[in-house]
Every structure is written in C-alpha cells, then in structure tokens.
Write a protein that binds this ligand. Structure first.
Ligand code: AP5
Length: 230
C-alpha cells in the first residue's frame, strides 16, 4: 500500500509568488494544483452568473463571497484526481469561515506554507507580472522574462492587474488586495498553528523552491515511515 498523498495549502500576500511556486511544486510532486483565483477567473471568462458577481469583488481587491467560492473549491477537491494524487491548494482559505467550511467537509491539510514577502517588493512584482495565455505560465518582465520572442509577443496581463478595466489604478488595487489580505491572515493562521511553515519569499524563485522542496520531501518521508511502522 502506498503512503497517503500530500495535502498542501499555500498562502501569502498578493504577488508573494504562490502561483510561481505552485508551478514548481506541481512539476516535482505531481499534486493537483487548485487555485481559488484561477477558478474564479475561469468563471469570469465563461461569463457565468457567479463569474459576473465575482468580478465585481475581484476588481475591488475584496474577497468574493463564500457562497461562490466555498463550493467551487470543495467540488474541485472532491474530484478523483485530487484524492488520488494529493492536492496543492493556493489562495484558499482566506477567512476563518472558509477554513471552517473546508474542515467540516473533511479536508485537512498536512502542511500550511506561508510565503513572507515585504510589501515594497509585492508592488513591483504585480506591476511586472505577465501571463502566457497559451500555457498559463506566469512571467515577470524583470525577474522571470519569457524564453522566446514568440512567447514575449503574446504575453498578456491579468484582468485584475490592468488599470483600464479595473475601477481603480493598479497600485491602488494592489494596496486594496493587500489590505484585505492583512485583515484576514492572522485569523486564518491561528487555525493552522501546528502545521505552519514560514518561508522567506523575497529570495529568488529557485531559492524559495529549495526551501519548500526540502520541507515537502521530509513530510513525504515521514508519511512513508509511518506506513512502515507497526
Ligand atoms: P489570486 O489570483 O489568488 O491573487 P493574489 O492572492 O492577489 O495572488 P496573485 O495570484 O496576484 O500572486 P501570486 O502570489 O500567485 O504571485 P505570482 O506567482 O503570480 O486572487 C485574485 C482575487 O480573487 C482576490 O483578490 C479575490 O478577489 C479573489 N479570490 C481569490 N481567492 C479567494 C478566496 N479564497 N476567497 C474569496 N475571494 C478570493 O508572482 C507575482 C509576480 O512576481 C510574477 O510576475 C512572478 O513572475 C514574480 N515572482 C514570483 N516569485 C518571484 C521571486 N521569488 N522573485 C522575483 N519575482 C518573482
């Protein structure tokens, strides 16, 4: 019998590097990456009722109401691949009510990774962020430039990262997202006290990943050892 798969939560301020690390973690550990923000942006792109409502909150840097987010995440976690391979939950829970809902549905993480990045770096990261619409890969004009001219030519900005479409200008929106994060983070952390691992997210993406990788490797070893012991 194989050891139980990993169940990982990753959290951090807007643009702290969650999506970037998730891409590296998923590659190495083959977990199912479930990003609340990506699920919401897919609803927005599909033009559903939930998507239309969600967009209003996202453009203001506020949390989308639980009745939209909770079931969306729960349904994705309940699919067979998440159960079999394990999951990497990104950007959820962002409030005590979201954390409680997940617990009540029986989804408990093994580890809660918190990426810590000083605020002045976050702004620079959002402003330089670009997305490849073809592969979904996240780039940064300065820190993680596209590999080819062809990719560079097709890069776009996320709808909640552009000034034209949002109600506010980008810097203001980043501050609003940060305010929302800061006002919720302590309460969420208090629910995962025993399993929090704080990671300095201000280093290069490879250095940040090395830290996360060593923590996850140890966790997997522990799970396998537990399986072998009587
Ligand atoms: P979401 O999509 O989750 O956005 P966020 O939390 O603001 O985080 P980001 O995706 O902006 O950043 P990231 O941490 O993934 O950083 P990235 O890797 O891209 O949520 C968006 C909105 O949806 C929310 O505001 C809310 O309205 C709603 N929402 C989402 N979840 C919700 C929930 N649970 N409940 C209710 N509402 C919810 O990196 C950023 C940039 O930095 C990139 O350009 C990258 O290349 C670069 N970079 C990354 N790492 C490094 C590094 N180490 N060094 C240098 N550059 C780096």
């Amino acid at each position: 019998k194989a050891a139980e798969p990993l169940r990982v939560m990753i959290s951090g301020a807007p643009a702290s590097g969650k999506g970037t690390q998730c891409e590296l973690i998923t590659k190495m550990y083959d977990l199912v990456h479930i990003a609340a923000g990506d699920l919401l942006r897919a609803e927005v792109a599909a033009g559903t009722e939930n998507g239309k409502r969600a967009k209003e909150y996202m453009e203001r840097g506020q949390l989308v109401p639980d009745e939209i987010v909770v079931m969306m995440v729960k349904d994705r976690l309940s699919l067979q691949d998440s159960e079999e391979k394990g999951w990497l939950l990104d950007g959820y829970p962002r409030s005590v009510s979201q954390a409680t809902a997940l617990k009540n549905f029986g989804f408990d993480p093994d580890i809660f990774i918190l990426l810590e990045v000083p605020e002045e770096l976050l702004v620079e990261r959002v402003v330089g962020r670009r997305l490849d619409p073809v592969t979904g890969k996240i780039y940064h004009l300065k820190y993680s430039p596209p590999e080819t001219e062809e990719i560079a030519a097709r890069l776009t900005q996320r709808f909640d990262d552009t000034e034209e479409k949002a109600c506010f200008n980008l810097l203001f929106l980043v501050k609003l997202r940060l305010l929302t994060h800061n006002s919720n983070v302590e309460a969420v952390l208090s629910m995962y006290e025993d399993i929090i691992v704080k990671v300095d997210g201000s280093r290069t993406k490879q250095d940040v990943f090395s830290h996360i990788d060593s923590v996850l490797t140890k966790l997997l070893e522990k799970k396998e050892a537990a399986l072998g012991s009587p």
